[in-house]
Write a protein that binds this ligand. Structure first.
Ligand SMILES: Nc1ncnc2c1ncn2[C@@H]1O[C@H](COP(=O)(O)OP(=O)(O)OP(=O)(O)O)[C@@H](O)[C@H]1O
Ligand SMILES: [Mg+2]
Length: 355
């Protein structure tokens, strides 16, 4: 089993990687993942990385390679959906001269290029059944056949696969081979969605803030605690990629309004996710009031948007008085009008724009 140090030194050697404390955070699920990765290091077995889009499968695949016995060898990534079906076989397994029209010479596939290294098959569920059986053979005996070749070739390669689909479901649908699933799933690394590791959000926010401030030579300030709380409540369908992009925009544009408006425009905050503290008594009245207020806020925002922020029209549409709407807008912490939502973009290097 690898020691903690080996993982830390690996991350350092990978250069642009976030520090270990940021990648794994403090959440239990990520600590379990980390411990698993340490174990994976010494065993040259296939690994299946599973997680929603933007949860960091790419990062983890590269780390698995960096921890493997063939870390000095190549890391060859194949983004399966990006290569059209007909080309994928030749891209993966290569071809011999004359194998098909246009094959004027022979060419090794990525499987061969990954010899004594890692072959990372991203979005493995996109492989068609014929290619799945070729991959199965590779995993069984390390052999494969270039298109048009008479004989099999042998490679030593560590296969890491990633998917954001539930492969068991694909098997049931008849689109994924069960025997292949067992082969690639010797070690399974599950990456939890960001909404299930909310405690890690402040660390990620701080990291991206610092990273993009340095990268773009900006001086955006730390986020207010109110906004940080909002970020921790948001459900992040795009996971860490979405958070990273949000922070990048914040750093470049330099205003917290950017983030607030972004989140509002997505209109996808978890309004029905009240903070329940199970250590003490829960006030049903209070929680319900909070949920009602949040629902009201969402409806008002939608109606304002539908009426291009014309508050008189919005008030009519909501069957309330104009004054009542103004009060509710203020009470809900919504911007008073559209112009105040669209701030001029701050120039770089100006630091966080004053609100
Ligand atoms: N644990 C992490 N710590 C810091 N940054 C991370 C972490 N995980 C992912 N990221 C960043 O989030 C972005 C998305 O990560 P990545 O590309 O690895 O996700 P993915 O799961 O492969 O997504 P997809 O399924 O869309 O390919 C990247 O810019 C990556 O640097
Ligand atoms: Mg990816």
């Amino acid at each position: 089993m690898q020691t903690t140090n080996s993982l830390s030194s690996l991350i350092q050697s990978l250069g642009e990687f976030p520090p270990e404390a940021v990648i794994f955070g403090a959440s239990e699920s990520m600590q379990t993942l980390r411990a698993r990765m340490d174990k994976v290091a010494s065993a040259n077995v296939p690994v299946l990385i599973h997680g929603e889009s933007g949860t960091g499968k790419d990062i983890i695949a590269r780390m698995v390679h960096g921890l493997s016995p063939w870390k000095g060898g190549p890391f060859v990534k194949v983004n399966c959906p990006a290569i059209p079906g007909t080309l994928l076989e030749s891209e993966l397994f290569g071809y011999e001269k004359g194998a098909f029209t246009g094959a004027y010479g022979s060419k090794p596939g990525r499987v061969e290029l990954a010899h004594r290294g890692t072959l990372f098959l991203d979005e493995i569920s996109e492989l068609d059944l014929a290619l799945q059986s070729k991959l199965l053979q590779l995993l069984q005996d390390g052999q494969f056949c270039r298109i048009g070749a008479q004989e099999d070739k042998k490679v030593e390669v560590r296969v890491v696969c990633a998917t954001n689909r539930v492969l068991e479901q694909e098997i049931e649908n008849g689109t994924f081979r069960q025997d292949l699933f067992y082969r690639i799933n010797v070690v399974n690394l599950h990456l939890p969605p960001l909404r299930e590791r909310r405690a890690d959000i402040p660390g990620l926010v701080e990291y991206f803030l610092d990273y993009y401030n340095r990268k773009y030579n900006c001086r955006a300030r730390s986020l207010s605690s109110d906004l940080l709380t909002t970020l921790q409540k948001y459900h992040w369908p795009g996971n860490i990629r979405e958070l990273e992009n949000l922070m990048k925009r914040y750093v470049i544009l330099g205003s917290e309004d950017v983030i607030s408006n972004d989140l509002m425009e997505r209109g996808e905050q978890e309004y029905f996710n009240p903070d329940l503290n199970f250590d003490g008594p829960i006030s049903l009245k209070k929680v319900t009031r909070q949920a009602t207020r949040e629902l009201e806020r969402k409806i008002i925002l939608k109606v304002l948007q539908a009426h291009h922020w014309n508050r008189k029209q919005a008030a009519r549409a909501l069957s309330i008085s104009y004054r009542a709407l103004l009060y509710k807008i203020r009470d809900a912490g919504l911007p008073p009008n559209r112009t105040s939502r669209k701030r001029p973009e701050a120039t770089m290097n100006s630091g966080a724009a004053a609100d």
